[in-house]
Design a binder for this molecule. Structure first.
Ligand code: NAD
Length: 393
């Protein structure tokens, strides 16, 4: 096993560019507040470069399946646990798994377990059977609005599941535990851009509260058992195979099919949309660098207004949107923009994909893969293998 070593580096100085606020039609830039950052003197952890077998929870989902694909492509093996719930069309999740299995059919490259992370017996048997040392925990109930309607499922799948996983992680000597948090934790913030040094004690939805809770529990497991834990606050992720409940997919789908779409607010709200390959890069950099306990923003680092976003989808789909304007929704954050200075410094993370390019790739995937597969109603082959204690598929 290649043990990561610590490199002492001089503090990197960041430019003190002033903040630029979002305008209706143009992209706005987020600046970085590196000069007074708490992490500036943190020792850098050298990346682990050897082979890994990684447990990817939520590997049937959007981000998890992309991370698994990347790890497999570079030669690591992947074990997936996913309950494949029906929060959105399960055929998307099943085709994500099929893609992984078809691309890497060799024995031991991808092992897939269908089941709930809170199923202690199942989880225990996976740890014992697979001899896992690295964890990438992407499974969760996502979505702000549904969490207001049914908070209990978020307590189960986000808080309970993460606790189950960390319990086993420390008992099995896991090298690094990386998990998905969310930019939603900044919900109550008045800042124009969000840095990890902010106090995020005012989550405005059960979803955000569940992610903040996971960050706190992660610290506790680090403190008690020296588990190496990194939490990643993703900022609105989009791209091919994206979640159908999120705006990039929804808008593309509605505009493509000529169906009326809802726009919440006047179009001036702004999001830091991050293309999936940038997120995967940040996740993998985090897996490779077992920091003691760290929280990182992973975003693009600049915002796009809703109006600009809709215009770009229209342009790429080649159709005009039919828009119904509605008031802002409770729990929605009007403006999200990541300060990514910390991830740049400690992980070497840089977002590379411009929003114009990312949305083009997303629309291309939707039109040429998703819409086409819906039309031909291709059968999805079941690719799940199961332990005796796993739910039969
Ligand atoms: P996703 O819904 O596509 O994937 C999550 C997967 O977890 C699903 O396949 C689901 O079936 C599985 N899952 C949920 N509860 C489970 C349980 N109890 N046991 C086993 N499997 C379970 O979501 P995603 O967009 O890929 O998000 C991945 C992670 O990133 C989540 O933790 C999410 O909260 C976080 N996140 C995502 C975004 C984004 O923009 N997509 C933004 C911020 C944070």
């Amino acid at each position: 096993m290649n043990t990561p070593s610590i490199i002492k580096e001089r503090t990197v100085e960041y430019s003190s560019d002033s903040n630029t606020t979002a305008s209706m039609d143009s992209q706005s830039e987020c600046s970085e507040s590196g000069s007074t950052s708490s992490w500036a003197d943190t020792d850098l952890v050298e990346p682990h470069v050897g082979y890994k077998k990684v447990l990817v929870t939520g590997g049937a989902g959007f981000i998890g399946s992309h991370v698994a694909e990347y790890l497999l492509a570079r030669g690591d093996d992947v074990v997936i646990i996913d309950e494949i719930n029906d929060y959105y069309d399960v055929s998307i999740k099943e085709s994500n798994l099929k893609l992984l299995k078809d691309t890497y059919p060799e024995e031991g490259r991808v092992s897939i377990y269908r089941g709930d992370i809170c199923d202690r017996k199942l989880l225990q048997s996976i740890f014992e059977t697979e001899n896992i040392k690295w964890i990438c925990h992407m499974a969760a109930r996502a979505g702000v609005r549904p969490s207001i309607e049914d908070p209990f499922v978020y307590i189960h799948s986000n808080i309970n599941a993460t606790t189950h996983l960390m319990e086993l992680a420390h008992k099995h000597g896991i090298e690094n535990f990386v998990f998905a948090s969310s930019s939603s934790v900044y919900g109550g913030s008045k800042s124009t851009f969000f840095s990890e040094d902010e106090v995020v004690d005012h989550p405005v939805s059960p979803y955000a509260a569940s992610k903040k809770t996971c960050e706190l529990l992660a610290y506790t497991y680090h403190h008690l058992y020296q588990l190496k834990v990194t939490g990643l606050r993703f900022f609105t992720v989009y791209g091919p195979r994206g979640r159908p409940d999120m705006a990039p997919f929804k808008f593309t789908d509605r505009i493509y099919r000529g169906v009326e779409m809802q726009q919440f607010g006047d179009g001036s709200s702004s999001r830091d949309y991050t293309f999936i390959s940038d997120i995967v890069d940040g996740v993998v950099r985090s897996i490779d660098r077992p920091y003691d306990y760290q929280i990182f923003n992973l975003g693009k680092g600049d915002g796009t207004s809703l109006k600009t976003f809709i215009n770009l989808v229209q342009k790429n789909v080649g159709k005009k949107a039919i828009i119904k304007i509605l008031p802002d929704q409770p729990g929605d954050v009007p403006y999200t923009c990541a300060d990514v200075a910390k991830a740049k410094h400690l992980l070497g993370y840089r977002s590379k994909i411009a929003f114009e390019d990312g949305i083009k790739m997303t629309v291309d995937w939707y039109v040429n893969k998703y819409a086409r597969s819906q039309e031909t109603k291709e059968a999805v082959v079941n690719t799940i293998c199961a332990l005796p204690s796993a739910v039969a598929v």
